[in-house]
Design a protein around this ligand. Sequence first.
Ligand SMILES: [Mn+2]
Length: 469
Amino acid sequence: MFDQQTYIRRRAQLKKEVGQGIIILFGNNESPANGPFNGYHPFRQDSSFLYYFGQNRDGLVGVIDIDNDTETLIGDDIDIEDIVWFGSVDSVKDMAEQVGVNNSAPMKHLKTLCNAAIGSKRKIHFLPPYRHDIKLQIYDLLGIHPSQQKESASLDLIKAVVKMRSAKEPQEIEELERAAKIGYLMHTTAMRLTKPGVTEKFVGGQVDGIANSYGAMVSFPTIFSQHGEIMHGNPSLAKLEAGRLALCDAGAETVNNYCSDNTRTFPVNGKYTQRQLEIYSIVEACHDHALEVAKPGVKYIDVHFSVCKLMTERLKELGLMKGDTEEAVRAGAHAMFLPHGLGHMMGMDVHDMEALGQIYVGFDDETRPNLEQFGTNALRMGRRLEEGFVVTDEPGIYFIPALIDEWKASGHCAEFLNFDKLETYKDFGGIRIEDDILITKDGCRFLGKDRIPYHPKDVEAFMANNSTK
Ligand SMILES: [Mn+2]
């Protein structure tokens, strides 16, 4: 938790941004996995609730009455049975005081408060709910059916929260740096353990263990797979094979819930083949290119397309693409290889604020998403960069057999793709390199003091001691 003043200041600004009405920020509840007392662990608080109310306990709701300038932390104190099993915790009143909130009340008070607000036709602001229990709670409190809640969520509140959470405060950047340190340990552990005969699941599990040991948890389910071409490939029981590549996309969440998100792709037996190096060096160049062009005022969608053009140029040299580069990218031909965007915002959520709606987080009135074109429709971040933004830089080149077959059969972008050559890459897999960029006053830098090795020579040197015999 940050200091009390942080939360007081943030709520004061939120009141100013939203203007009038009552803001209700729902904290999360425990989430049962296979029974009421065996939940997904560790408990994960809602990020916006954390941002304004700081408390990391389940069963809390924060209320900000803008018109009457009052703030209340709502929740039930735990009873003696809970104390027996889980130990004593602070009372709701104490928790309210810790974050500078003057009032506290039991959960039943929330219904009374909502009834009064509805009775006097006051505006009640809430964020789009994403957990089913919260949807039921909103249904009970406000009478809005879960199917209507996304549309009924407050746009004023969404925009205010996005505005405030987008630019990271210095103390948040410190937390992100802590997450980057854990991320470094996760990825170097994966590189150290990778060798033929070990299962994907074993390496993935060890990577998760590092996140759990040094922070709160992983920032998203770890991807560790020899099938790098599957975007979200879970670690399987398959054994790692010499000659193949392993793609590791993993991140940590600190105990204060700030994230890291990195990807490395390395050879199972510690040495890239010539064919792997040819593709790898393109992804490497694209990854480094973003660092050169990202700065305040530049649109991230332009950085994305700049990378797409560079990638197309280089794929033409290899004979995998052909034709005019500008036209090829305009037609979306590069999406055969890169079907996703260059990156996304990152903060307390790995895809920061995604629950509030990507259209509000990654785009604005000036920069709109293109939902019509395959690949481009997957962009999560397009708008102009500002100082304090944290975005991922994650170009990749993938050879997806089903996509090759489909485009070949339909002739899609045939003038820009060499399908005969693509056929010979169907067993290649995929390569992605990802780091997290902080936008500074006049440029940008990567988060994390130590770079996880990614230049081929560094990766090979790092893996040289992994026994493959
Ligand atoms: Mn990412």
